[in-house]
Ligand binder design. Structure first.
Ligand code: ZN
Length: 68
């Protein structure tokens, strides 16, 4: 099975689940790049990271590291 390693969290996921961000997700792209300067959007993200950064941009500014 083709696997993909998320460049952000290093988690292995099936390649099918890779999320590729487009222009509509520019804010997420920027947020990821802030923490991972080497990452480029064509690398993709795992769904978990996508959700994480999506939430980060919706929530308070970037008080990263989830508090909970
Ligand atoms: Zn990830």
């Amino acid at each position: 099975m083709a696997e993909y390693i998320c460049p952000v969290c290093r988690q292995k996921i099936p390649r099918d689940l890779t999320v590729f961000l487009n222009h509509a997700n520019q804010h997420i792209i920027q947020a990821v790049k802030k923490e991972h300067p080497d990452w480029v959007e064509k690398d993709g993200l795992c769904p978990k990271c996508t959700e994480y950064y999506e939430r980060a941009k919706k929530g308070e500014e970037f008080s990263f590291r989830r508090k909970r």
